[in-house]
Design a binder for this molecule. Structure first.
Ligand code: ARG
Length: 630
């Protein structure tokens, strides 16, 4: 083997294409000279169409070609390349080279690699995922609990005692993963519902995209912290707290679905608050204002109440997230941002002379044209002057076309943007992230652009915001209202949406008697397939395109749908089980399988090629994602 190999970022033990790349590079080095090694390696690509597996555009070899003509180089290589154990054929077409991998080598090596790095537990002779009873010779063998690799399990033939299924964990890393991101940390904030408002469909898209990105970074070796930044402060919560003190019952809260109960309390006070006129409206407005102030000032009664709402809500969220197979590492929230960081940010901006006083209508929106162009300079007193004048404090970002966001209300309370700025700094101190992503709908584009800009203007910000922070925005699903502060008539909650998906799947399954018969737990199966229908649809639609969710399109068992994906998985599991049960062939040792005999058909080769190139797909997916977002 050439001394240059393996290259620093190559992982021949986990990526078959790296074995191939290494081999091609060293053969080309013999023909064209040692210098080509590094370049060749990075230039080999998977062919998009047959009959060859891999391609190399000779001009990409660049300077190492010296004065040679790329077509001549290609022809020379095709002529002089000696087929070996890994490469069986090389052809030149113009300035491009094509390579075919020797099938038997690929089958054996790729399958061995999958087998030895696979994290999915192999259950010999046992089927997982479908949840049905296996019967052989009239004897009930084992009943399988539903679930994925993590929580699937079985019960013994004779009773209900759960038994662990035989599992083999050859290595810790899963097949397809790599170590590129080792030593790097990603903080990813996603989902982030508001506790006063049930989890709605807008949060769903954030949840699905956020979970997918987390998996992608983790598969590429990053240390990923998944963070949920709950909306547990602000006007909505003031409204909720005031409503609860007036109309709520602690007993009911502890007994019923807390989220729906809190929402019903919210709606009652919201009605008064939003009424066109009247004493009740005025009283409610005043009350909510007072609550808002008390809350921001840390009133113990309100803090305790919201703390309870928060806990109960988290318990409900966890159930919904489980339905989507999503887990968080941290339940953070607006209420947990440190007061010191908020103060530090304002002091620093003040010192830098970046704050201006603005008159505001209600302490939140600045009245355009009425900017009091007072600058807070070094002087603390002037800072106080501004507050004394009942002015809100804002920052002028007009030179960046980002308006004049208000950071602090006249009563000294922080606006969401100031809180986000302080939260980012808190998180940096805690996690020392290399990157932080915020997966939040595109209605908040301006909010995040302002937030990141202010962080980058802040002299003592401990990190470079323009390099480390990114807003991953997305558009909403059409026809489903997303509430901001106010509920709306066609508001769709995630729970209802998942229930509809489940319902639709259940009907489809029942409509096909042979499917229906094989399913032991219709509820669970419909729920899991329904959830996949929703997830796959979300992943298929372009992030920044809004789309219309059409159950007729996303729930069939054929086409590019979630149900088809589940169906395929179930079929594969079933084949594995049948082979093991009926033919007595347990997949216990690869050495015993003669891959050249078993996998000689073109389709089988195609599948193995897909499997063999999967680690490369994982790398490329992160690379292209990064190109798109950074
Ligand atoms: N809670 C907000 C909502 O429901 C989303 C929070 C977004 N994240 C943030 N760091 N501002 O719309």
């Amino acid at each position: 083997m050439d001394p240059h190999f393996p290259l620093p970022k190559s992982e021949p033990s986990a990526n078959f294409l790296h074995i191939i790349g290494t081999s091609i590079a060293s053969s080309l080095a013999t023909i064209l000279g040692d210098e080509v090694n590094q370049v060749v390696y990075a230039s080999i690509e998977i062919s998009t169409e047959g009959p060859y597996d891999l391609e190399l555009a000779v001009p990409k070899l660049g300077a190492v070609l010296k004065d040679m003509n790329p077509s001549e180089v290609a022809a020379k290589v095709a002529k002089e390349y000696t087929p070996d154990e890994l490469i069986e054929a090389v052809a030149a077409s113009g300035s491009s080279l094509s390579f075919n991998i020797r099938s038997a080598s690929m089958m054996r090596q790729a399958l061995e690699m999958i087998y030895s790095t696979s994290q999915t537990p192999k259950r010999v002779g046992i089927f997982i995922g479908e949840g049905r009873t296996l019967v052989r010779g009239g004897e009930k063998l084992i009943r399988i609990f539903h679930g994925n690799g993590r929580n699937a399990g079985g019960i013994s033939p004779s009773g209900n005692r759960p038994i662990p299924l035989p599992r083999i964990f050859p290595t810790k890393r899963g097949y397809g993963t790599n170590t590129l991101g080792n030593g790097k940390r990603l903080v990813i904030e996603f989902s982030s519902p508001d506790i006063a408002m049930p989890f709605h469909v807008g949060h769903r898209r954030s949840t699905v995209i956020g979970a997918a990105l987390s998996n992608l970074y983790a598969a590429n070796g990053w240390d990923v912290t998944k963070l949920n930044y709950l909306g547990d402060l602000g006007t909505q919560c003031a409204l909720l707290a005031a409503g609860f003190d007036k109309h709520g019952s602690k007993e009911t809260l502890e007994k019923e679905d807390p989220i729906m109960y809190l929402y019903s309390v919210y709606l009652v006070i919201y009605r008064d608050f939003k009424a066109k006129e009247g004493q009740r409206r005025d009283d409610t407005k005043q009350m909510v204002k007072d609550y808002f102030k008390r809350l921001e000032k840390g009133d113990p009664h309100l803090i305790e109440m919201l703390q309870r709402f928060r806990e109960l809500s988290i318990l409900e969220y966890i159930k919904i997230y489980e339905r989507l197979n999503v887990q968080f590492d941290v339940y953070d929230g607006e209420s947990l941002v440190s007061a010191e960081s908020i103060k530090d940010v304002m002091d620093q901006l003040g010192k830098q002379g970046l704050l201006i006083g603005v008159t505001t209508e209600d302490g939140r929106k600045s009245k355009r044209g009425k900017i009091a162009a007072l600058k807070v300079e070094e002087d603390e007193n002037k800072h106080k002057d501004l507050l004394a004048k009942d002015l809100a404090l804002a920052i002028d970002l007009n030179e960046f076309k980002l308006g004049k966001p208000v950071l602090q209300n006249p009563d000294g309370t922080a606006t969401p943007i100031l809180r986000d700025i302080a939260a980012a700094i808190d998180r940096y101190h805690k996690y020392h992230f290399d990157k932080m992503l915020y997966v939040v709908g595109s209605q908040q584009n301006l909010h995040f652009a302002q937030c990141f800009k202010i962080l980058s203007l802040l002299k003592d910000c401990p990190f470079d915001a323009s390099e480390k922070l990114k807003h991953i925005n997305f558009s909403q699903v059409k026809g489903m209202a997303i509430p901001t502060l106010w509920p709306s008539a066609n508001l769709v909650f995630l729970k209802d949406m998942l229930d509809s998906a489940k319902e639709t799947m259940s009907k489809r399954i029942k409509a096909s008697p042979e499917n229906f018969e094989t399913i032991e737990d219709l509820e669970l199966t419909s729920d899991q397939i329904g959830m996949t229908a929703v997830k796959v649809q979300d992943m298929q639609a372009k992030r920044i395109m809004s789309y219309h969710l059409d159950w007729e399109r996303v729930t069939p068992f054929e086409g590019d749908t979630g149900p088809y994906l589940q169906y395929t998985h179930v079929r594969l599991c079933s084949m594995e089980r049948m082979v093991a049960l009926e033919d007595g062939l347990a997949i216990s040792s690869l050495e015993s399988i003669d891959t050249s005999l078993l996998l000689s058909t073109p389709k089988a080769r195609e599948i193995v090629f897909y499997l063999a190139t999967f680690p490369d797909v994982v790398r490329t997916a992160l690379k292209t994602t990064n190109q798109a977002i950074w």
